[in-house]
Design a protein around this ligand. Sequence first.
Ligand code: NAP
Length: 497
Amino acid sequence: METINKPKTTIVIFGVTGDLAKRKLFPSIYNLFKKGLLSENFAVVGVARRPWTNEILRSNVCEAVKNEVDPDAGELEGFCSHFHYLPFDVSREESFDELNSLIGDLEEKHSIPGNRIFYMAMAPQFFGTIASSLKSRGLTETEGWSRLVIEKPFGHNLPSAKELNEQIREAFNEDQIYRIDHYLGKEMVQNIEVIRFANAMFEPLWNNRYISNIQITSSESLGVEDRGGYYDTSGALRDMVQNHMLQMVSLLAMDPPIRLTTEEIRSEKIKVLRAMRKVSSDEVEDYFVRGQYGPGEIKGKEVPGYRSENNINPDSQTETFVAGKLMIDNHRWAGVPFYIRTGKRMAVKSTKIVIQFKELPMNIYETKNSDTHPNLLVIHIQPDEGITLLLNSKKNDSSGGTAPVHLHFSNNSVNTVNTPEAYERLLHDCMLGDATNFTHWDEVDLSWAFIDTISEYWENSKEELPNYSSGTMGPEESDELLKKDGFHWWPLNEDGE
Ligand code: NAP
């Protein structure tokens, strides 16, 4: 039983000296260890070019864990002793032989039966080469299982994603490949499925007869920070929409799976992506809006425009904001727009989903001078986690009219000390061989096919950019997109933004 829940595993981190390893992977592995979700028989091998030693890596791991979580001092040293460093250059084939031999020694020392996770925490141009060399140098031939964890971005368009996929598929089967979309590890994103499929009151209403539109916002108040080099070649459409936003759309729109298995859930999500209406180049402006932030003010502090940030082309046409209207052409959703928006340097930092229900056939309270409010179900993903249901109730006076009330459940106020962070959950799933919350190739394929027309259109057309000030909710055209359908974005905070 213990081995099933806690498989004895070696985790190999490619790019162990980088930012992702430090901020996300070390604290996540530590939390799994602290919660008793890791077998005592585990080893972490970190590789990168710089001439570190085991001691340097271990002290960096300790430091990173202390920065992110509150570790148990007595345990931390023991935990760090499981980490091993190997100076390594991906372009040198011999590096892979040295790695194989080190893993072999550790497997023997810790009685690990050849279970290996290869985690690609490096720039994407290395993913294919690493996968090929892992196979050609025999690292995937083990007594146990081997799995490949791939970070985003998975390609920058459909052809490049296909090329990368073909390369890694020569070394790993689809069921050994774990493509990370960390949104799928978030508590409230995972909760979408439960809210929908475990409540008799929602599922019967979850269709075009009762829902008028769905709005998904993922806004950041930060700018590009130190990711300028990458971001300027990517933009919000590729960085956020192709993966995280479309994943949330498919979770909201999918039919109930017949069982909670990886295959059944993925198959329902894939159907949604297949039903998504393609936007042709001459329709892009009807369905999508792009924006780029100019200078402005965030929390009373002046901030520069995108084009003045580090490593950004001063004439950049890269979008830092996208709003879009998606139509899902199937029986359940025909006629219901799914509006998405995501951007940087916006007025608020918030990821939220608002499900707006249709109005009643008539408002009998009109005579009481009362506008009934549309019923809303709000799913708060981050930074707040929770659910709000907006209902109409009797006004607290003698007018006999109505007033909106909010039924609110805040996940932040329950004990969240033990709530796992997204990466922690996903690493654990990977160890257990559960790929449900990872992206299948078919999802990547369909989402790039959808996105590519839009990005190609934008690449070939110039726009007056920047077109929104930092500290706002994006360009006016984003509001127009909903206005022409008779809707508006619901505010994300009490200031009405
Ligand atoms: P990073 O800080 O630039 O780290 C890159 C790592 O690769 C370093 O450890 C570097 O170490 C190593 N490296 C570079 N060239 C190498 C070579 N030829 N051989 C061996 N190692 C080499 O990047 P990151 O921010 O951690 O991101 C890693 C991946 O995660 C990227 O695909 C990124 O898109 C993705 N990602 C990151 C985040 C995040 O929060 N950082 C979030 C989502 C996705 P040396 O210089 O010592 O070789």
